[in-house]
Ligand binder design. Structure first.
Ligand code: PXL
Length: 286
């Protein structure tokens, strides 16, 4: 006897740990849009709530660490999770709580976006939080996705030399410092470097795995890092290997930025659903 309602197979579930951004530009809202757009089922554990508009962040209130852990455990005990994605975590205590939960799931790939500051300069992580990220999360991380500023700051905390010079070899040192500290792969994004194109480089323990160059887009975007890390997590959840996932995630993100829009008086936000808007929005094909 079968009383089960016939159902289609569930899409791969990706669990995002991130803070709420009420603008819908960054944070958990960006992650949910990206994951759904790429065919995954988004699971969302809220780590903090923020007060912000498209011009800046006014406040951050971390969620109680026990509540963060409980949200995640409830999901993990109910269903299979194909990948973890982490963004703004809010406090040392929340980082510790999350690190303890994910330690029970060592086979689930983990993409860590080390949200140290917003593109607009709002600071989100103090020295103790960076220490906690490095000590507790990095050894469990499959891919960390710092921009070049974050890569240098993390490396500095690790004691990897930085005499203030810029350039590929220095970022490579930062990336290898992060790998030596325990993560498997590092994708350093180059938006903040002075290069004519944006150069993003994926490192593994044996060196550079791929380098991708992207035409710079005009405008200042809010939520591009969240979109990229979530998109890579989605590709990994769908079975791509790391190099394919990093390529696919960048391609998707570039298209969301090219189709970005400005809903308020501040930054542009990426259009994670660009493909649903009709041909005029398909900027990458033009
Ligand atoms: O873009 C990084 C980021 C992540 N998460 C939240 C944010 C921001 C930037 O403002 O507000 C919640």
């Amino acid at each position: 006897m079968s009383t089960a309602v016939p159902s289609r197979p569930a899409p791969p579930a990706v669990l995002s740990f991130a803070a709420s951004d009420p603008t819908g530009g960054a944070g958990i809202q960006a992650d949910i849009l990206t994951l759904a757009s790429l065919g995954c089922h988004p699971l969302s554990v809220v780590t903090a709530i923020t007060v912000q508009d498209t011009t800046g962040v006014e406040g951050v209130m971390p969620v109680d660490p026990g509540w963060v852990a409980d949200q995640a455990r409830a999901l993990l005990e109910d269903m299979p999770v194909a990948a973890f994605k982490m963004g703004m975590l809010g406090s040392v205590e929340v980082i510790a709580a999350i690190a303890e939960v994910v330690a029970d799931y060592p086979d689930i790939p983990l993409v860590l976006d080390p949200v140290l500051a917003s593109g607009r300069g709002d600071q989100f992580a103090d020295e103790e939080m960076i220490e906690a990220m490095i000590g507790l999360l990095l050894p469990q991380t499959t891919l960390i996705t710092p921009n070049s500023l974050e890569a240098r700051r993390l490396a500095q905390q690790l004691g990897v030399g930085d005499e203030g010079s810029r350039g590929g070899s220095r970022l490579a040192d930062c990336a290898h410092g992060l790998i030596d500290a325990g993560c498997e792969h590092v994708l350093v994004t180059g938006t903040h470097e002075g290069t004519p194109q944006v150069v993003n480089t994926l490192y593994g323990s044996h060196g550079v795995l791929r380098t991708d160059r992207w035409d710079r887009l005009p405008g200042s975007y809010h939520g591009s890092g969240c979109t990229l890390a979530s998109a890579i997590a989605a590709y990994l959840a769908c079975g791509a290997d790391m190099a394919e996932a990093v390529r696919g995630g960048q391609e998707y993100t570039w298209r969301t930025l090219a189709a970005g829009y400005r809903p308020g008086m501040g930054q542009f936000i990426p259009d994670r659903l660009f493909w649903s808007r009709g041909e005029d929005h398909d900027a990458a094909d033009s």
